[in-house]
Design a protein around this ligand. Structure first.
Ligand code: FAD
Length: 387
């Protein structure tokens, strides 16, 4: 792959260094971890030691002082090597960002050094069974009881709750003045009484598992609330843009991994007089995938730049578009890679077939492609809403 031209020398050096780390692990490592029902602890620890996991977090709390631009480079390159770390989307990107930007000084000191050096992980829970794409409908509710908060509700499809020290849960409090429910973020420790999880049996072959959560009168101290009760929505959006940019990076990494396997194979495999890659029916879709990946990365870079420059609103549209484009590029690249390998595309040895399921995730989560098309229809084009 060509070095992306819009990046600084530091960015390109970071890409090269992360790619070298990824190469030491690769797809074989991830396949082994999944088969053994384990977690990519060694890779997580190595990436942390090199400062990659907290590259976006403030230096005074042990981070690298960079932004989402740098963090997305790390995830894309690990993915391109076949060993992506999904929890990076959640732990440093959403939770780290929200705590760094809106947490109290005590919350920053408690969480950020651990999130930066990888010794602590945080999951993020917003999706609910009866709300789904409509997060305005979430019902997990926090009520005050003296100085404490008491949280009750259900969440679904929350990734990595088993390994995370805590989950950043999106709930609602009742506005005393208007009586309206408003979103608020709470840090819920993994073993808090009343906080239970049930693993969802997914078809996905990935080390990070998804869980259904029940919060049954979970009592939390006053300082479990992140930041300001009145700025919940703003805080939430501050975390969702990095999530979308990182999901784009995750998809681009997987797309590049699949495309590279296909190109390699198409150059070597000959069943007539020349390699199959000489046939345009094989070459053109691969070329198109390469174009789509490059285009999606441009939008991801734009989104990251806007976000890191503090333009939350401008970053919103670009982050949605980047996630949309990268997810689609990934689904198509994986599909074409499997096809390019013929029968080998479906063997365990070549390890591409399971990516057919994995590549679909970013079309659904954290926000589906239809909800992004809705966003662009209404927000960018000013078209009326159907729902
Ligand atoms: C592997 C995986 C990991 C996940 N990890 C997390 C996590 O860590 N934390 C978390 O909070 N959530 C997580 N999620 C949940 C994810 O964010 C949701 O699945 C996603 O937001 C979609 O919600 P839903 O599944 O309820 O689908 P629904 O909202 O039920 O949507 C179903 C279909 O209807 C379409 N649809 C819905 N409304 C409209 C509309 N108005 N117009 C057009 N089409 C519409 C959708 O696009 C979709 O195709 C994860 C999901 C997966 C699959």
């Amino acid at each position: 792959m060509n070095a992306p031209v819009l990046e600084t020398e530091e960015h390109q050096a970071l890409r090269a260094a992360v790619a070298a780390l990824g190469k030491r692990y690769g797809r074989a490592y991830m396949t082994r971890v999944v088969r053994d029902e384990g977690h990519p602890d060694e890779l997580w620890a190595d990436a942390a030691k090199l400062g990659y996991l907290g590259v976006n977090l403030p230096e005074e709390y042990g981070g690298g002082g960079g932004g989402i631009a740098e963090l997305s480079i790390v995830l894309e390159e690990l993915g391109a090597a076949g060993s992506p770390l999904l929890m990076m989307v959640v732990s440093p990107a959403i939770c780290g960002t929200v705590i760094a930007r809106f947490g109290t000084e005590a919350q920053r000191r408690t969480w950020l050094p651990g999130l930066a050096d990888g010794t602590r992980t945080m999951a993020f829970g917003i999706t609910e069974p009866d709300a789904g794409s409509n997060s305005h409908r979430i019902t997990t509710t926090a009520r005050r009881d003296g100085d404490d908060w008491v949280l009750t509700g259900r969440k679904v499809f929350i990734s990595g709750v088993d390994i995370a020290d805590a989950t950043l849960v999106v709930g609602r409090t009742e506005d005393a003045r208007t009586g309206k429910l408003k979103p608020c973020l709470f840090i819920v420790p993994r073993d808090a009484p009343g906080f239970t999880r049930h693993r969802i049996d997914m078809e996905l072959q990935a080390p990070e598992k998804q869980f259904e959560l029940v919060l049954d009168e979970v009592r939390l101290p006053a300082d479990a609330l992140v930041g300001d009760e009145d700025a919940g929505l703003l805080q939430l959006f501050a975390g969702l843009n990095p999530e979308r940019i990182m999901t784009a990076a995750f998809s681009l990494g997987m797309a590049r991994f699949a495309l590279a396997r296909a190109v390699e194979y198409a150059k070597e495999r000959s069943v007539w007089k020349s390699p199959i890659g000489a046939h345009q029916a094989i070459a053109h879709p691969l070329a198109q995938s390469h174009i789509e990946i490059e285009l999606a990365r441009l939008m991801m870079q734009k989104a990251a730049r806007l976000y890191d420059d503090g333009d939350d609103l401008g970053a919103g549209e670009a982050a949605n578009m980047a996630k949309f484009a990268a997810a689609d590029a990934c689904v198509k690249a994986v599909d074409q890679a499997v096809h390019t390998l013929g029968g080998n595309g479906l063997t365990k040895e070549f390890g591409l077939a399971s990516l057919i399921v994995a590549s679909r995730v970013a079309r659904i989560a954290p926000v589906s492609r239809e909800m992004i098309l809705n966003f662009v229809s209404h927000q960018s084009l000013g078209l009326p809403k159907s729902y």
